[in-house]
Write a protein that binds this ligand. Structure first.
Ligand SMILES: [Zn+2]
Ligand SMILES: [Zn+2]
Length: 243
């Protein structure tokens, strides 16, 4: 498997950046995981709309889905100009309902819903969805293929499902949306320290921190994680990682 990072920002894009979006390649298939603001611009450097085989949306916050509406235009305008693009299968949570409804399209997307603790085969890989702890229905995702494991926390605070999601992942992409110095009674994202601690406890082989809030200093986020796990890395936009 190969993972290309298309967007690393949380909430809104850093200047010249993009919010959550990752391209997973396996078996010559292309799976887009999350489709936030600015993701299509980076995705189309690598693949055309007709080369997308599936889309997985971990949750329906706009920094993970906002480019989906524009993707519909890309598909319908391409078709109007004689480029045949098959409808793209999309897996997404069914709530919040008003946002789930807004994804419906006239034949450009085929929407399927993710259910908690579910498992399914896709292009020869085994996908597992884990309910996360976030203000809306959200799923962490693990993908196992040819003995390798990729894990993505989506957005979440630490929760009991982190362990089965992350356990012995070869590559883990984790939501480091905040810092210990910003800790409040109710959190929506993990601190960099929490990511590093969980990655160590779950024997993750390589940790990439992502979903960085552009207001924060990336160097501070990295330093907080590296104090616990020296090998922690920040996910780099347009970088491809072997899983
Ligand atoms: Zn987010
Ligand atoms: Zn979110």
């Amino acid at each position: 498997m190969k993972l290309t990072v298309l967007g690393t920002s949380g909430g809104f894009p850093a200047a010249g950046g993009a919010t959550s979006g990752y391209l997973l390649e396996l078996n010559n298939r292309h799976i887009l995981i999350d489709c936030g603001s600015g993701v299509l611009s980076n995705l189309f450097r690598l693949v055309k709309p007709d080369q997308l085989d599936a889309i997985i949306l971990t949750h329906l916050h706009h920094d993970h889905i906002s480019d989906m509406q524009v993707l519909k235009y890309a598909i319908s305008l391409s078709r109007l100009h004689g480029i045949d693009i098959p409808a793209i299968p999309v897996l997404a949570p069914g709530t919040p309902e008003n946002i789930a409804d807004s994804l419906q399209s006239d034949g450009s997307l085929i929407i399927g819903h993710i259910s908690a603790q579910s498992e399914q085969q896709m292009f020869g890989a085994n996908l597992r969805f884990f309910a996360m702890d976030h203000p809306v229905e959200a799923y962490g995702l693990s993908v196992e293929f040819e003995g390798r494991k990729f894990a993505y926390t989506a957005d979440s605070v630490p929760c009991t499902n982190m362990q089965p999601l992350l356990q012995e992942a070869d590559l883990a992409l984790m939501d480091a949306g905040t810092l210990e110095s910003l800790r409040r009674p109710k959190m929506m994202h993990m601190t960099a320290a929490e990511c590093a601690t969980l990655a160590n406890a779950c024997l993750v082989r390589r940790l990439l921190l992502t979903h960085l809030l552009p207001i924060l200093d990336p160097a501070e986020i990295l330093a907080e994680a590296q104090a616990i796990r020296p090998a922690s890395e920040l996910a780099q936009i347009m970088e491809t990682y072997d899983v």
